[in-house]
Structure formats: C-alpha cells, structure tokens
Design a protein. Structure first.
Length: 673
C-alpha cells in the first residue's frame, strides 16, 4: 500500500462586492490568481438553477499547478449570476501520485455565507486514500477516446451532454486514464454553455447540446487499441495498461497518436516478440521507440521456444540498438540444427554495431560449443569470430587454407611462445609466407628467452625464420650467450646457417665466436656452416680466443673446400667475406691469403703456420709469402723456432736458385710451364 501523504491546496471564490478570491491555502503568482478568478466565474449565467453545478479542470502553467473546481450558484440572497467556486489546487507531483482522480469529487464542499475573514488550510490525503465512485459508460466513452487518441487527435473534444453526474464521471474517468504529461495539459468544463475559454491547451473537453460528430477511425491497430482503452476506462486506480502507456507514450513525438497503438501492443504481449515488433514498426511508421522496443524484446526473448520463432525474432529485431539479456535465446540457439544456426547467423552478422543482431551474433559465437561454431564458420567471418572468441584459434579445423586470412588471424593471438608452438603444430608444414610474417610479428613482442624456445620448433620454416631473426640482431645474439648452456649444438648450427642463407655479416663476431667455440666441443665433426662463420669471426675479432677458434675450424673448412663439400651458398658467402683480406676468387687461395693478412708472418710470429696441420697448406703459405714479398722474407722466417718441417722444406726448396727456364715467364718454377 502506498502511504505517501499528498497535500492539496484549496481556494474559495465568490461574491463580496464583486466576484473575488475569498480564501486560499497557497500564495500564487498574479497571473495564476487572475486565471483562477476568471475560471471560477467563467460560465456563470443568470439562469443557473439552484441545484445546478459544474466542474472545471484547467492548468496553471505559470505556477506548475493544476486546478479542479466545482461551481455552484450563490442563491437568491446575492445578485443574479453570482456563484461560489471551491478549487482544489494540485502540484504536478500530486497530480501524478494520486491513484484515482475521480476520488477528488468527495473533497468538494459548497461554500455558504462566506466572508473575506475565512482561513483555509491545505487538505492532506494518502495517495490511495480517496474512494472512487463507480463509472458506467453511457456510450460516449468510445467517441471521446477516438477524438483523444485516434489517427488525428483533436485539440477540442466535443461530446453530447447528458446528465450532470454522467458528464462529470466521464470527464474524470478520461482524466485519470491519462499519463502525467497529458493530465497536466487537460482542460475540461462540464457546463454546456457556449462561453469561450481563453486558456491554451492541446487537449480540451467540452459538452454541447448538439450531437457531437462521431470520428471515423480507419486504422485497425488504433481501432483495436481504442477498444482496449474503452474496456480499461471504468477501472479504478493505476491499471497495468495505464502504467504501460505512461511509460512509453512519452518516447513518441505524438504521444496521443501513439496511445491507442500502445494499448494494442499491450493487449498482444503474449504473442511472439517478433510479431509485436513487426506490429510496432507498422504502427509507428518506423519511428524508433527504444524503451518500448527493449520492453518487447526483454519479455519476448523468454517466449521464444522454436527455431522458426527465433529466426523470425532475429530477422525483425536485428538492427534494434538495444542492450537486452539474450541468454534465453542464446541457450535456444545451442539446440538449433547447424542449418538453422547458420541461417540465424547469416541474418545477424550484417547488423549494425551494438544492435540486437550484433549482440546475438557475438553471444552465439562466445557461448555455443566450439565444434558448432567451427562447423558453421565461413572464411569471410573467421576473423570477426576469432576476435569475439580467441579460443577458436586453438582448434585446427577452424583455420582456413588461405595464407592471407591465416596471417590476419595470427595477429589476434596473444604473443606467447606456447601459443606459437601450438599454432605451428596446427599448421604443420603448410605455413605460407604471409602467415610466417605474421608469426614473426608476434615473435617480436616476446621476451627473448621465450623466443629462443622456438629455435627448437618441429617446423623447419619456423626454425629458420626464428634463427634468422636472432642472427640479424647483435643484441639478440648477445642474449643467447647468456643462455648458451641451454642451446645445443644443432641450434648454433641453425643460427650459423641462417646467417649464411640470409647473406648477413656476423655483426657481433665476439658473440658468435663464443657460441661456436662451445658448439665445437666435444664433437670431432665440423659442420660447414660452423666452420665458415667460425673462421670469418676469428678473422674479424681481436680477442685472445680468435686464434684458437681459427685453429679449430681452418682444417675442416679447408678440406670442405678441396673436396667440394661446401654448398654453393656457403662458398659464395665465404668468398664474399674473405674478399676484404684476399684478392683471389679461389676459395682455397682466399683462405690462405686471408690467414696471412690476419696473422702476418715474421721471425717471431708464425701463427699462420700453426693454424693448420696440413702439409699442403703449409706449402701454399710458403708460396704465398714468396708471391707477396720475396726470397728475403722467406729467409727471415726460415730460422723461426717451431716452424713446421713441411714448411721449412718448402722454403729451402723455393730458395734454391732456379735454372734459367726456356719460358719467358719468370714464375715458371712456381706455376710450371
């Protein structure tokens, strides 16, 4: 029960040397007082019978108040035409909260022999404390309702007059059925006089002695709503229909034009939501009523029980811009056949952002079983689906064959080594170039320790791409030195191979040298890639370990060259980077020349000979010294301690005076005829 106390102010107007305000419980502004004075005596006529009385209902807009007043003839003791008027003055809150305005009838009292010394106080009532007299329709209600709420609502509603009590009850029944905004704009006079009312109102009710013109309503939706309003009119208090109309009529630019349509919709609330929405659009000519639409959807989604009804609901409500709890219909969607689910998604997928359709689409993708979404997914919607539910990316069958689309989907993955390992396992050997670029973009965001784990990927393309990524950056290579204990020999070989195939210089030779030195132990074999990069790094660095590294890789590298075991890429790479220390295009001779350039010979330094155990290479070094310098240089080195025996013998042989050759070539003794 509503126990709110409502204050109703009151005023008395009557004759005291002229018609005037005799008493009031409220101080009003001058304009409002002038209006009340005029309206309290507006339709007084000389022949107003002693038992005759009438009601006046009108707004005081300047005071934000509304007045309902009863007027009586003053009697024979006063001059002809004198009247008494008792006015009840309601503020807008009271006008809204009073459950039944018809109950105000019981508050009127006829003044008699009043003087200006009368003092009035406000009337205090409970919101639901007024008893309502019964209302019985005499056939005029539908006429009034069609003028009020028809296709073309009238400002002046004209009704044929009947008995005073009937006119008053109909007036108050119509007033109490209105929503608060319309109540505040309502003006009515039950007196059938012809006096003009000088107040502006968009809704005025008058009773006339002539038969009022019956409006002809052709809109079936409105006709049905009028009938619904007609059935509701006799009911006391705030009915569900009145609350429904009050809540949603104000959304419309023409609320009176919408009232009957709303009554029609309210009557059909048990029908499927898509039926109500379709009707709503037809009745409102496409004008949006978002609160009402949300109401229809909120109640309608709980009523959908069949696939056909769900699809119809999605179709009609697709672009409604609303926030509705769709869990009931998403649960229903989980039981649809794949064909029906695909149909529903086709309708919803092109919905505008933040609409019912887009919310439904996202909800289905997010909450239905993964296998169902995978089964209905099409290539052109895999990307938006994956944005909604990243979990789909862990299902191998969700991934398309298109390399471009794969690349777009990869960009959605959270950059972690575990995710990328799983992705590589899904793709197998089918990774395309664009997908690989996308994977590397994610690798760029990983901590280096996580990225290093991808060097052990089962996919050769991934392994080589990650290896090149490390090899191309001195900083990344330096990070590997710190974790070199976890890098196996094959990984270092992979890095060296990536450097060679990428045709990149070892820009961190000390780092490379440290990694390769570890990778060479304790294996006896010398993979060509390690030998090539190892020797180039030994030439490029001045660290103490560089000579030891050169000694480890020189002979295996030399043998690979002589036995033509280097690949074309490796040989080209080696020749390119030895060119700064050698003038020969022959890899074998370039190797010797670069060694002598890096470790030049003199009497106290014969490291060039110590770098190899090969007698053939020792002899080639002797020959290169003779070519570069002369016999005097050989003589100075000949007595160097620790000189290999093969080198000494070759020097002695070259220092012997050659016979005069028949050839004109002065170097015939070295190169032959």
């Amino acid at each position: 029960m509503d126990t709110r106390i409502i204050k109703i102010d009151q005023a008395i107007h009557g004759y005291a040397r002229g018609h005037k305000e005799l008493a009031s419980s409220i101080e009003l502004d001058d304009r409002s007082r002038a209006t009340m004075l005029m309206m309290s005596d507006l339709l007084a006529v000389s022949d107003l019978q002693p038992d005759e009385t009438y009601l006046t209902v009108y707004p005081l807009k300047s005071a934000s108040r509304h007045v309902i007043a009863r007027t009586w003839p003053a009697g024979r003791a006063y001059r002809p035409g004198s009247v008494w008027t008792h006015s009840l003055i309601l503020d807008y809150q009271s006008l809204t909260l009073i459950h039944d305005l018809m109950g105000l009838m019981s508050l009127f009292e006829r003044p008699s022999n009043l003087t200006g010394d009368l003092h009035l106080g406000p009337i205090l009532i409970e919101a639901d404390g007024l008893s309502s007299p019964p209302f019985r329709d005499d056939g005029r209600a539908s006429i009034a309702l069609e003028q009020l709420y028809g296709s073309h609502p009238r400002e002046l509603i004209l009704l044929p007059c009947r008995k005073r009590y009937q006119d008053e009850m109909l007036t108050l029944a119509l007033w109490r059925q209105m929503w608060p905004g319309l109540r505040r704009d309502f003006l009515a006079i039950t007196n059938s006089g012809d006096g003009t009312v000088p107040l502006e109102s968009s809704c005025m009710l008058r009773f006339v002695r002539d038969r009022a013109t019956m409006p002809v309503e052709t809109d079936p939706y409105i006709s049905s709503g009028i009938n619904c309003l007609d059935d509701d009119l006799p009911l006391p208090g705030p009915t569900p229909l009145r609350s429904f109309i009050a809540r949603y009529a104000i959304e419309s630019k023409v609320p009176r034009r919408m009232a009957a349509s709303l009554a029609n919709i309210w009557e059909d609330q048990r029908r499927p939501a898509f039926t109500q929405l379709k009707k709503l659009r037809e009745m409102t000519d496409g004008n949006p009523l978002p609160r009402l639409t949300r109401h229809v959807l909120t109640h309608g989604v709980t009523q959908v029980e069949q696939a056909e009804a769900l699809i119809d609901l999605v179709r009609i409500a697709r672009d409604e811009n609303l926030d509705v709890d769709l869990s009931p219909i998403i649960e229903l969607a989980s039981h649809l056949s794949l064909r029906d689910l695909r149909t529903a998604l086709d309708i919803a997928r092109s919905a505008t952002p933040d609409s019912f359709g887009s919310t439904f689409y996202a909800g289905v993708v997010e909450h239905l079983p993964l296998d169902a979404i995978v089964d209905v997914a099409r290539d052109d919607e895999r990307l938006p689906m994956a944005k909604i539910r990243r979990e789909l990316l862990s299902v191998s069958s969700f991934w398309p064959a298109s390399d471009d689309l794969r690349a777009a989907l990869i960009a959605l993955i959270t950059p972690s080594a575990a995710d990328l390992h799983g992705l590589v396992a899904i793709f197998g050997e089918s990774i395309g170039p664009n997908a690989m670029v996308a994977i590397m973009a994610l690798v760029d965001k990983l901590p280096l320790s996580e990225a290093a784990s991808l060097l052990h990927s089962q996919n050769h393309l991934v392994r080589h791409s990650i290896a090149f990524w490390f090899a191309s950056s001195p900083d990344r290579m330096q990070s590997l030195v710190g974790m070199k204990g976890s890098l196996d020999r094959q990984t270092v070989i992979l890095l060296a191979s990536a450097l060679i195939h990428g045709d990149l210089p070892p820009r961190a030779p000390d780092t490379w040298a440290a990694l390769i030195n570890d990778a060479l132990q304790p294996e006896n074999t010398r993979p060509a890639a390690l030998n090539v990069i190892g020797f180039i790094c030994a030439l490029a660095t001045r660290s103490e370990e560089s000579y030891g590294l050169a000694c480890s890789v020189f002979d295996p590298l030399d043998q690979s060259i002589r036995n033509k075991k280097l690949s074309g890429v490796e040989e080209k790479y080696l020749t390119k980077f030895l060119a700064t220390l050698s003038s020969s295009r022959s890899p074998r001779k370039a190797l010797v020349q670069a060694t002598l350039t890096r470790w030049p010979l003199n009497k106290s330094n014969i490291k060039a000979f110590g770098i190899t155990r090969s007698a053939v290479v020792h002899e080639e070094i002797v020959d290169e010294i003779l070519i570069r310098n002369n016999a005097d240089e050989l003589k100075r080195v000949l007595d160097a301690p620790g000189l290999p025996e093969h080198a000494r013998d070759r020097m002695v042989h070259r220092l012997k005076a050659p016979k005069t050759p028949k050839s004109a070539n002065p170097w015939w003794w070295l190169f032959g005829e």
